[in-house]
Design a protein around this ligand. Structure first.
Ligand SMILES: [Zn+2]
Length: 85
């Protein structure tokens, strides 16, 4: 029953959501820090090479990837909802 041996492939916005990652962006110019709203990104589109622009000044945004789930035993309910799709 364990699916933990499956390789995790992170290629699209949908993959990030499914595996519990978030994209966080920091503007190079005004230093505004925001999470990218993955739920509003096209799930089938690859995020690699995507360019993000600051909503305030239009400058380029540095993206960092991090994992939402910090406790292996307690996945977020919202993520469970996604996985069951
Ligand atoms: Zn900015």
């Amino acid at each position: 029953m364990s699916r933990s041996e499956e390789p995790v492939i992170l290629a699209t916005f949908g993959d990030l959501l499914k595996h519990g990652y978030r994209l966080n962006g920091t503007c190079r110019d005004c230093r505004v820090n925001r999470d990218v709203d993955l739920a509003n990104c096209p799930a089938e589109r690859t995020y690699v090479g995507q360019r993000f622009k600051c909503r305030d000044c239009g400058s380029s945004v540095m993206i960092s990837l991090s994992q939402i789930v910090t406790c292996r035993d307690g996945p977020l309910e919202a993520l469970d909802k996604w996985r069951s799709r």
